[in-house]
Design a protein around this ligand. Structure first.
Ligand code: ADP
Ligand code: MG
Length: 289
């Protein structure tokens, strides 16, 4: 089910991670998880609350280290080969390659001026001021926040804050962008803006995207879907995964709204083709009407 090519860009192999390991309060968050992501893929990792999604996000960039199994990024293991259990010497390189945007934009803001905030990552890479300037401007333009560059990030809307957080990650020029429920605190407009930016980065700039979400309509934008349940991947495949209604509902998930609506319309006699997202459903309806 979860076969990888010879050497995938991101690989988790039989990963286990428990919080408070060995104590009476031990929680096994990731039991035995394997999956892989190829360069340029747009992957959605879906799962109910507590299924282990955020733990995976942290394992991907070495914030957490697997207690057994391996996490590799571009061939680099997050755990050192020499001293068992400690972070690898490559961790700095791995964090440059894997940028993670978290749920709460307020926790990701460090400076009182937007452009300084976005500059934080590249400054930590020790880049020349001119190069930092270039990257900050480019990243802010890419998320449509360049005009706001001299403003205070705390006065922005949730969606704008999250766009700035994405710019801060883009300025590091990662090869993989991981979004951990990055739209969950946003209103529908903010959600759509973020997903449009991410889709464009993937389609036009070839950025590898891993979006972690319990919003199934967001998952429907991805090309590959991995369903996580209690720390294990129970399904992995193309968009057809999203049509497995019974299986998903047994794991606390729904089919995306567009698929459910299309099903009902088909039952009512409308010849609707395969659609997964609201946008596709709208286009299909326009075509038919
Ligand atoms: P998700 O992001 O899918 O909601 P998490 O990865 O946050 O899931 O959590 C997976 C499991 O690990 C849950 O049972 C959660 O309660 C537990 N967990 C998460 N973080 C911690 C922590 N810092 N200490 C103890 N248990 C934790
Ligand atoms: Mg989470």
């Amino acid at each position: 089910m979860l076969k990888c090519t010879q050497m995938s860009f991101v690989e988790l192999k039989n990963v286990r991670y428990a919080y408070n390991r060995g104590s009476t309060s031990e929680v096994v968050a990731i039991k035995d998880l394997s999956f892989c992501v190829e360069k340029g893929e747009f992957v959605a990792l879906v799962g109910h609350n507590g299924s282990g999604k955020s733990t995976v996000a942290k394992l991907l960039n070495g914030l957490l280290l697997p207690q057994s199994g391996t996490v590799t990024v571009d061939g680099m293991n997050t755990v050192s080969d020499n001293v068992g259990g400690s972070a690898s010497d490559n961790i700095f390189e791995i964090r440059k390659k894997v940028g993670v945007v978290f749920q709460n934009p307020d926790n990701q803001t460090v400076a009182s001026i937007i452009e300084d905030d976005v500059a934080f990552g590249p400054e930590n890479l020790g880049l020349e001021p001119k190069e930092i300037r270039r990257r900050v401007d480019e990243a802010l333009k890419s998320v449509g926040m360049y005009e706001y560059r001299e403003r205070d990030p705390f006065r922005l809307s949730g969606g704008q804050k999250q766009r700035v957080a994405i710019a801060g990650i883009l300025a590091i020029r990662p090869e993989v962008l991981v979004l951990d429920e990055a739209t969950s605190m946003l209103d529908p407009k903010g959600k759509r803006e973020i997903m449009d930016i991410v889709t464009r980065l993937n389609r036009e700039e070839g950025m590898t995207v891993i979006t972690i979400t319990h919003f199934m309509d967001e998952a429907a934008m991805a090309d590959k879907i991995i369903v996580l349940d209690d720390g294990e991947a129970i399904l992995c495949g193309g968009k057809e995964v999203l049509t497995k209604g019974e299986l998903l509902s047994g794991r606390g998930l729904d089919m995306p709204p567009a698929i459910r609506i299309a099903d009902r319309l088909r039952k009512g006699g409308m010849p609707i083709g395969d659609v997964y997202t609201v946008r596709e459903l709208t286009e299909e309806l326009c075509r038919l009407l």
